[in-house]
Design a protein around this ligand. Structure first.
Ligand code: GDP
Length: 447
């Protein structure tokens, strides 16, 4: 039987504040039915049965509504829940929320409904995080992938790995605790088990990169020396005047980011010009540091140089930094370079001034990025989950090493236990309050 934890009754508006067809106010906690009865002209609320009536404040009619009553544990939070569907006007929903607060509810914190669902074991932590992913998905594809986690795909895989590891741990413990009755497991058995578990963890971690791209979209950075036209290209691609364009070298001092529609979610990053030497003031220096960081973080680089000046020593140095990343080479200001000579293969020639070559660049970029972006991935994970997996893997590597050296099984057990604990953090069986609060603080109010 689920143990339902005791909490105050909370209420919040669960739909976005704005005008719309319907607004939803959600109440959760053991006073939900009592509060609902005080503010409704309906006296019989049957759990699981939709009903219709009016929200009233004394003799004043507030709105005509539909009520969805849920009795614990059969609700989203696992508590008694009342959902009120009213007309979707900002003031209507606010009036109804105020009435619930006046009658004994307190306003819900960010993610508090989902946090209660987790604490009441309606969801594990990976599923709770999937709820947030689903709400904030930037592409329809990522929303579909997040829904898979909500249905428990990641949780199931983690459970499989944990069960296997738990079995190994139990055999080690039995051998340690009852040496006369139970033989210690063979080292060859342990080595095989640890290797297999590491492989299983790797199968999830292998999806991490695709998972990150699906989650955030692809990051495209425009990189090059100062004044080669990065900001102009940024503007041309976005069709807006977001970056400042001047003819003084080094005007893009910080990193500017904008979403770009390339058929897949993409973020275009305009970086300060990378320049190793010369008179660089402090602000620009910080910008250059950011640029190098952006190159590191970016999934795809647009390497830009000045067609009129040709590939300079500085350009070549920058190219060395980016060449191992997926990239396109672009010679800008082709309108000024009548005798242009291609120095790097597949250079795309453009002019952000005359717009020559921009269409071709856009098409090439789109094709490259589509090829590069995964349609789907077996496992969607976030940074927290990836970090837990990495820690678990490290513990298993230590256990493997110790098993190969035929060390005492007591010592091996310590690492197996720590690998298990890291896996349990993913699903939230072991978790501290700070991590938990940190996760739910990112949610919206009403979720
Ligand atoms: P950034 O420092 O690399 O971001 O370069 P900007 O975009 O600020 O451009 C530097 C200067 O080059 C500005 O005066 C732009 O108007 C000019 N510029 C940029 N692209 C072109 C181009 O295709 N042709 C010509 N003639 N000038 C350009």
């Amino acid at each position: 039987m689920n143990i339902i934890q005791e909490f105050e009754t909370i209420a919040a508006i669960s739909t976005p504040l704005g005008t719309g067809g319907v607004g939803v106010i959600r109440i959760s906690g053991d006073k939900s039915f009592e509060i609902a009865k005080k503010i409704l002209d309906i006296k019989n609320l049957t759990p699981g049965k939709i009903c219709h009536g009016w929200v009233v404040d004394g003799n004043t009619k507030i709105d005509e509504v539909i009520i969805l009553p849920f009795k614990n544990p059969n609700s989203y939070t696992g508590e008694d829940v009342i959902e009120i569907q009213c007309h979707g006007g900002v003031n209507v929903v606010k009036n109804i929320l105020d009435l619930t607060l006046k009658n004994g509810a307190r306003i819900a914190e960010r993610g508090e409904f989902t946090k209660r669902a987790f604490l009441n074991k309606k969801l594990d932590l990976s599923q709770a995080e999937a709820v947030d992913d689903l709400i904030h998905a930037k592409t329809s594809n990522f929303a579909i992938q997040s829904a898979r986690n909500l249905s428990g795909v990641l949780a199931k895989k983690i459970k499989e790995i944990k069960d296997g590891l738990f079995e190994t741990a139990s055999r080690i413990v039995a051998g340690i605790d009852f040496p006369e009755d139970v033989p210690e497991p063979e080292y060859s058995y342990l080595i095989e088990r640890f290797n297999n578990t590491i492989k299983e963890i790797d199968s999830i971690l292998d999806c991490a990169k695709s998972s990150d791209i699906l989650r955030q979209g692809i990051k495209v950075a425009i990189v090059g020396r100062p004044n080669v036209g990065k900001s102009s290209l940024f503007n041309a691609l976005l069709n807006i005047d977001r970056a400042i364009v001047t003819d003084i070298a080094g005007t893009t001092r910080d990193v500017i980011k904008e979403s770009l529609d390339l058929g897949v979610a993409a973020t275009l990053i305009d970086t300060a010009g990378i320049r190793e030497e010369g008179n660089i003031d402090k602000v620009e220096e910080i910008g250059i540091e950011y640029s190098k960081q952006s190159v590191k973080e970016a999934d795809f680089i647009l390497f830009l140089y000045d067609a009129k000046e040709g590939l300079t020593k500085d350009d070549k140095e920058i190219f060395e930094i980016i060449k191992n990343k997926p990239h396109l080479v672009i010679a800008n200001k082709i309108d000024l370079a009548n005798d242009f000579m291609e120095e790097l293969s597949n250079t795309i020639k453009i002019s952000t001034t005359t717009k020559e070559g921009l269409k071709l660049l856009q098409e090439t970029l789109k094709n490259n990025i589509c090829n590069f972006t995964p349609e789907e991935t077996e496992f969607i994970t976030n940074k927290r989950q990836q970090h837990c997996l990495e820690r678990s893997r490290e513990s298993l590597e230590r256990a493997l090493h110790a098993a190969k050296a035929e060390e005492l099984q007591d010592m091996i057990y310590i690492d197996v236990k720590s690998a298990l604990l890291s896996l349990e953090e993913i699903t939230g069986e072991v978790i501290n309050d700070d991590i938990l609060n940190n996760i739910f603080d990112h949610f919206c109010i009403g979720k």
